[in-house]
Design a protein around this ligand. Structure first.
Ligand code: DGI
Length: 141
């Protein structure tokens, strides 16, 4: 196992539910450290660029609309196997398929408004961390 960094986003639905603390607490209890964090209200351009790989998908417009509908909290999580560990804590993309006790099972209503994002591979983690944070905004500890 290697120490990794991954990008997490607490999406507008979970921020609106006042679930920021509960979600971050799950990361910390699982041994992941928050090494960078900020709250942002994404522009269409920033959200569209983040999800550029989905640009041709039928749900792209709704996805960007949702991601710009309210503030989000973006964080860099660091720890052993951080990418897979975060995906495990999140649960499946569709909350109806998310395992009991996962963040999406507990906080997400629909596949569109599914509470959290987490990088799905080392390559996307690297791109996504750099998309939101400069090197001097990350505080190793
Ligand atoms: O990495 P994930 O967020 O689990 O999933 P993903 O990268 O495949 O998709 C990114 C987001 O796009 C996902 O969190 C919600 C949305 N999405 C993905 N597949 C569908 C979708 N939205 C709708 N409405 N329908 C889909 O099939």
């Amino acid at each position: 196992m290697a120490t990794e960094r991954t990008l997490s986003i607490i999406k507008p639905d979970a921020v609106a539910k006042n679930a920021i603390g509960d979600i971050i607490s799950r990361f910390e209890k699982a041994g992941l450290k928050v090494v960078a964090a900020k709250m942002l209200h994404l522009s269409e351009e920033k959200a569209g660029g983040f999800y550029a790989e989905h640009k041709e998908r039928p749900f792209f417009k709704d996805l960007v609309g949702f991601m710009t509908s309210g503030p989000v909290v973006v964080q860099v999580l660091e720890g052993e196997d951080a990418i897979a560990k975060n995906r495990e804590l999140m649960g499946a993309t569709n909350p109806k398929e998310a395992a009991p006790g996962t963040i999406r099972a507990d906080f997400a209503e629909t596949i569109d408004a599914n509470a959290v994002h987490g990088s799905d591979s080392p390559a996307s983690a690297e791109r996504e961390v750099a998309y939101f944070f400069s090197a001097d905004e990350i505080c190793p500890r």
